[in-house]
Design a binder for this molecule. Structure first.
Ligand SMILES: *Cc1c(COP(=O)(O)O)cnc(C)c1O
Length: 388
């Protein structure tokens, strides 16, 4: 690794390998050959930092980004003046139309109501028309598509860049719902003016070119997560999570560990307390279930995960192999995201987006003209973001 995380001054740190991120973008692009490949960077790029992640992808040739909210879109416009930015929530909130137009953001229109809000026959502006084909979440219902096709004036006020839909079960390749959604999508859009299409998220792209469309919208695959539920990711690992050793103790008589005395340590156990907990997004459900890696050895999390700390049993590690202030890895480096998510009873997405702002983010893995590493060096507060 081209960033030193052997010693920490913060309680915990998230490392983001921008080189692996870019590699994953290229891998997804190859899978979706023939489609334009956007990047979904909503929710602060799944917790990894929207600005540095988007900048690295833009520099690697990605020119289209999806965010969830107008606020996210405005922040990204501040970072990337040239990229196409699509806003999944569409023109919903107060003053959204003005905000979208001012920042040159392209809304995804999710209902006939949003179509009415955006449609402007005097100054038609670009939009993505989202058709609901089986999620019942966002997107025009089939009846609403009928209302739209019946209204020349509404249609005249739209510049439809893409017609899109979103698959509900793409992470289950054999689920017949995928084909059914595609059939409904094709029949709905046949009534609309011809437009390019956008279908696949990370999982959809794996289903083959029929499920890609002209523009693909991968998110989790870029960040090293697994698009197919319960399986290990075929993409490069991007994220590492490290906790700082706050204390080390050797147990001289049987003693309870942590809240609720859920674990009892017996001599000659050695315990290490790490400075991150469930407030940092290390799930409380990993108490007694999670793992850490110390000097190449996998060791267990013992007792309950606290708000700001977690205890690991390092008896199996040579005494001089772990010291106060050492960085101990809790995610990555042999502890896969899919494994952690599985042990915690959740999905990769929730683990990544749950990583708190209190953890500093360190970016590595990118060469630049000016220095070896692009991004953050040293420990900056979690709220600061790298900018060039
Ligand atoms: C979040 C989202 C994506 C990205 O999904 P991944 O599973 O992370 O690839 C794509 N499209 C829409 C509409 C989304 O909401």
């Amino acid at each position: 690794m081209d960033v030193d995380i052997s010693k920490l001054s913060a309680g915990g740190v998230v490392t983001v390998d921008l080189g692996a991120l870019v590699d994953n973008y290229r891998s997804v692009g190859r899978l979706a050959a023939g489609s334009r490949c956007a990047a979904v960077v909503k929710a602060d790029a799944y917790g990894l930092g929207m600005r540095p992640v988007s900048r690295a992808l833009f520099d690697a040739g990605c020119d289209a980004f999806f965010v969830a909210t107008v606020a996210e879109g405005r922040e990204l416009r501040d970072e990337l003046s040239q990229a196409a930015i699509y806003v999944l929530e569409g023109p919903g909130g107060f003053d959204a139309v003005a905000a979208l137009r001012a920042a040159n953001l392209v809304p995804v229109l999710n209902s006939i109501e949003q179509v009415r809000i955006w449609s402007n026959p005097v100054r038609p502006a670009a939009c993505v028309l989202h058709l609901d084909t089986g999620m019942s979440r966002l997107g025009l219902a089939p009846e609403e598509v009928g209302q739209l096709t019946a209204s020349d004036s509404l249609l005249r006020g739209l510049q439809i860049e893409y017609v899109m839909t979103h698959l509900a079960c793409a992470d289950e390749p054999d689920n017949p719902a995928n084909d059914e959604q595609l059939r409904l999508f094709d029949s709905l859009r046949s009534a609309l003016p011809a437009a390019a299409t956008s279908i696949g998220n990370s999982a959809g792209i794996q289903l083959g070119s029929r499920f890609c469309g002209d523009l693909v919208r991968p998110g989790i695959a870029l960040y090293g997560g697994s698009p197919v539920r319960g399986s290990t990711s075929p993409f490069r690992e991007v994220v590492g999570l490290y906790g700082r050793v706050l204390q080390l103790r050797t147990i001289s008589r049987s003693t309870p560990v942590g809240y609720g005395a859920a674990h009892t340590a017996h001599p000659p156990a050695r315990l290490a307390t790490l400075g991150l907990g469930y407030a940092d997004g290390y799930p409380r459900s990993l108490g007694g279930r999670g793992f850490a890696v110390v000097a190449g050895t996998r060791v267990p999390v013992v007792g309950a995960v606290s708000m700001d700390s977690v205890v690991i049993d390092v008896t199996a590690v040579a005494p001089d192999a772990i010291r106060v202030d050492d960085a101990v890895q809790l995610l990555g480096g042999g502890i896969g995201l899919a494994e952690v998510a599985g042990l915690a009873g959740t999905i990769d997405y929730e683990i990544l987006t749950g990583l708190s702002r209190r953890l500093s983010r360190r970016y590595h893995g990118m060469q630049s003209e000016t220095g070896p590493v692009v991004g953050v060096t040293g420990f900056e507060p979690a709220t600061s973001t790298s900018r060039r």
